[in-house]
Structure formats: C-alpha cells, structure tokens
Design a protein around this ligand. Sequence first.
Ligand SMILES: [Zn+2]
Length: 447
Amino acid sequence: MSEELLVSGRYLVPMDGTVREDAAVVVRDGVIAAVGDRTELEAAYPGARRLHTPEGIVLPGLVNVHTHAAMSCFRGLADDLELMEWLERHIFPAEAELTPEIVYQASLLSFCEMIRSGTTSCCDMYLFSREVARAAEEVGIRAWIGEVLYDFPSPCYGPLAKGYDYVRDLAVSYQGHPRITVTVDPHAVYTCSPELLRRAHELACDLDAIYVIHLAETEGETAACRERYGATPVRHLERLGVLDQRLLAGHCVVLDDDEIALLAGRGGAVAHCLESNMKLGSGLAPVPELLEAGVAVGLGTDGPASNNDQDLFGEMGNVARVHKGFRRDPTVLPAARVLQLATDGGAACLRMTGRLGRLAVGAAADIVVVDADAPHLTPLYDRVSHLVYCATGPDVRHTVVDGRVVMEDRRITTVDERAAVSRMRELAGRLRPLMGGAPSRGTGEHG
Ligand SMILES: [Zn+2]
C-alpha cells in the first residue's frame, strides 16, 4: 500500500455546491479515500503524511481542455495578428522547423507552468506528441494527448498516411497508462479534407478515443467552409457523420441556435478558449446558450502563443468578466458556474465525470491548495468569489496529481525546472530567426 497523504487548509471547496471549514482530504493509491472533518481524519489516519496550509483553500485541480503546450517556444512572437495571417505566415512555417527536442523542452515548461498555476489535467494537441507525452510523464501532470493531423506534410510523421500509424502507435504505447490518454486530433475543417475527418473519426472509434478539433473559431472559417462545402463547420461535421459524443471542439465562437441544438443532441463537448478568442479578435462563444442547451463546456487556455499564458485562474476571472461585459448583464456566468467549468465541466469534456474535477471519495487525487494568506485575498468572505475573481496562478501553494505531490511550497518536485528554463533559453536562439515575416505556404496548400 502506498503512503497516505492528508491535505488540509482552512476551507475545502469540493465542487458539490458546499464549502467546508477545517476539512481535509485523505489520498491513497492515487484516489481520494476520505473527505471530512480535519481533526477526525487526522485521528483516523495517524500515519498519513500531512500537507496543511493554515489559510489554504483546498480544491480539485483545474482542467485545461484545450492547449498546445509546446507553443510556449513561440510565446510573444507574432502577436496582434488575425488568425489566418498568424497561422499561415508565422506559426505554420516556424512549426515546419520544429524538432523533437524543442517540442519536449517547450512542453516541459508549459507543464511546469500549469502545475504552478493549479492545473492538474490538460488536453493537448500538437506535433511530435510522443515528446509531449514524455514531458507530461516526467512532470507528472495528467494529460490527454493527440498528434495533429492535417492535409499537408507534418514535420513529425511526414505524409498524412503515416500520421494515422503514428497515432495508433502512440495509443498502443500508452494503453492503460494511469495519467496519459491518447486522443485523435484532426486540426480543423479548413486544414483537413472530408476524407481525413472521416478517417480520423474511424480511428477514434477504433481506439475509443476523444476526437479533438478546432471548430467554428472565426467568421472567416465559417464563410470559407460554407463556400467550399456548402455548410457551416458544425453542419459539415454532421454531414460527414463525425459529430457525436467523441467530439471535443475547441472555440465554437460562431454558432447559430440550430448548431447549438445539434451539438447538444449529438453529445459533443466544447472547449471555451476565451483569452485566445479575445486576443485573436475572433469573438465571444455563446457559452450561456451552450450550457442552457446542455452541452458540456470546459475551459481551455489554447496555446501560449495565442493567450499568452497557461494560467486557468486568470482565464476564469476573464471568463466571468467578459461575458458579463459583452452582454451588459452582471448575472451571466456567476463565479460558482465558472469554477465549475474549470473543474467538473472539464471532466465532462474528457468523459471523466465524477472521476475528475471533484473532491469526492473515489475521484482522482488531483488537488490544489491556494494560499489565501495574502493581501489581495484578505478578507475572505466568499471563497468561490476569491478563487474566480482574485486568485492567480502564483497563489497556488501545493499541487497534487494522481496522489503525488508534484509541487510543494511552490517548488516542482518532479523535474529540474531551472535546467528546463535554461535549456529553453538556448533553444530560443534557434527559433528566433524563423519567426516574423516568414513566407506564406499559401492558402492553396491547406486552406
Ligand atoms: Zn488551439
């Protein structure tokens, strides 16, 4: 039997609608074994290792349902551009030069950033995803990982035909892994042919995997899809027979009422990437309507080149504020609802309802402790309000994933974070010349 761990603070937010005072969580074998009164649990588990934060708020680890961790190597380059110009003139050409080592190191940095800001699970779509998985394993984060599939050659696997094999091999490697799950990731309707979208869906069914895609991100995407295929992106997927409960669609900014009903009816899930959509000027996803229709919605940071950080606390604060501002309605998406999106909602997107995003007996022991002993978190009348409107990533004191303390007192315990930062600085020298004003591949190749 593994060591027992008892995590406690002043408050516990288990995501069951309550806030408990002087409560604790007991962890054993990677799952939550008990939730209850701190004094009672300390007596019942005298041998448990204790991790107590006197002014701490203990909550489930946050779930980031859409990111590209390795894009930390492009952070701050090519900002303030329209999506297609950003992708085609800057990101795609630079990505063509990526190496496995850069992807590994950049992923390592992002996973450290996530652990530092209270994210314990993420859904990552990128290139060289075997390297992403290796970094996730080392840092100790829980991750859903997929290799981008698109019509043009990949710097990772070469021609598309080999992409399917790459995904299948990766799935075999991680079958039964306690923290890594492989997904099938066609990039978007504008970079993937109908045949690719169908074949990727067959593969997802075969592997019983989540089907991750960027969908209905901009008005431009919708107009181009309509012109090319005679249907909006969501209806295009429906016509192809790939819109079902496997779908985890990033963005979904441009949706009409019928498409929202269609997503709800088919059981598709949506990754809401507010900061990325704001930064790229894409617009605001109809999240209240999606929730009203019963669609599972989680929060995603998107990649560090379009956000530009991986801090879900910041994301929550912006989600709670921006929807209110746009609608001129302060009752839209209250704090508790937003915290639910970042925990339980994310779990639903990853088909993990009840097993992730809650502090409950039998759920995964993914736990974070926010230390409220700080000026901006004092006084503490409403714990949930502070978590959404005041707390930021650096307020996280301890992070536990799968029962393992991966950050203790702000120190990452699993990898040499300083070495990772230094190595990325060296590698950045190689990437710098590739960014900015790189020649376009032209829309003909993948538009
Ligand atoms: Zn994305």
